[in-house]
Design a binder for this molecule. Structure first.
Ligand code: BDR
Ligand code: CA
Length: 309
């Protein structure tokens, strides 16, 4: 069974590989890419999404620009991690060949979901998805599931208790989690199992195509910021983990638990409060990813990049 998919993202190095995985893996049918401000401004993230699809030679997937800021807070970008372009590493000249859709992300999401059910994989702040659910609540029934790279069952990466995608727009994440649409959280606790180690880099190099070379250069840049900022020996490839969960749920093992998003905390806004031990007595409302089948994950990523030629 092929799962129809919409990818809402803020490319971003790991978003870039999430796009490639979603476009090339035969288990999913990528219907649209929508962008949101996060890793960089939405202008830059939109150019980057177009760039990734252009490099992959994919022109039939529309790319639409979404929210340029969170619902209520000021935008905080992650140029320290992703650079001034949002996708630093290899230098590109000229415009990507894939055009931007004349429609906004909101219009495209509405259009696609009016015509058919689809799963949304979100790999940035949940601003676009929250707006969709707030303004078009009847479309919720056509969202099979929202699978989000965001949050953490443990500590954060932009604040002591908050992960970046959650912290950029906690109000949006709160609205989405409370919407009742089936929700899966792939947080740092699982994405930190997807480290781009030297053997992964070697596998990319062995593919030998121009696209794989660009991926290697992106990963080398990403590795340098993760080393300098966080002391990681290898960077975690967060976003493709959420796509992999849709491709084959067995790759990303989840449990059901209650999840709430902290929006009021003076020091903890954006914390994802996951009640794995049932302390609160609140019923499960989300699937929480805990463990990654690393071998199956990297096989899917490498196969996808190879398939794109
Ligand atoms: C998330 O934040 C961004 O920097 C990455 O693209 C990923 O979606 C990890 O915290
Ligand atoms: Ca992202």
């Amino acid at each position: 069974m092929v799962t129809p998919l919409i990818l809402d993202c803020d490319p971003g190095h790991d978003d870039a590989l999430a796009i490639l995985l979603a476009v090339a893996d035969p288990a999913v049918d990528l219907l649209a890419v929508t962008t949101v401000a996060g890793n960089q401004t939405v202008d830059k993230c939109t150019v980057n999404a177009r760039r990734v699809l252009s490099l992959a030679g994919v022109s039939e997937v529309p790319v639409a620009r979404g929210a340029d800021r969170p619902l209520v807070r000021r935008l905080r970008i992650a140029d320290d991690v992703h650079g001034t372009t949002g996708l630093d590493g290899p230098a590109f000249t000229g415009e990507p060949s894939v055009p931007e859709s004349p429609h906004s992300a909101h219009e495209l999401l509405v259009d696609v979901l009016r015509s058919r059910p689809a799963t949304i994989v979100a790999t940035g702040a949940l601003t676009n998805v929250a707006r969709l659910l707030a303004e078009e609540p009847s479309l919720a029934r056509n969202i099979t599931e929202i699978v989000w790279m965001g949050g953490s069952t443990d500590r954060g990466n932009i604040a002591p208790l908050a992960e970046a995608n959650a912290c950029v727009d906690p109000e949006a994440a709160d609205l989405v989690v409370r919407s009742g649409v089936p929700f899966t959280m792939c947080g740092l606790n699982v994405t930190h199992q997807a480290l781009v180690t030297d053997d992964v880099l070697a596998r990319l190099e062995r593919i030998g195509t121009p696209l794989a070379r660009v991926c290697g250069e992106w990963m080398t840049f990403f590795a340098s910021t993760y080393r300098d900022l966080f002391g990681f020996e290898a960077p975690p490839l967060h976003d493709p983990v959420a796509v992999a969960r849709v491709i084959d749920p067995a790759i990303v093992h989840c449990v059901e638990a209650n999840l709430v998003i902290e929006t009021k905390g003076e020091w903890t806004a954006g914390a994802t409060v996951v009640d794995l031990d049932g302390y609160t007595g609140r019923p499960p409302n989300a699937r929480i990813a805990l463990t990654l089948d690393r071998e199956a994950f990297w096989n899917r990523v490498v196969t996808a990049i190879t398939a794109l030629g």
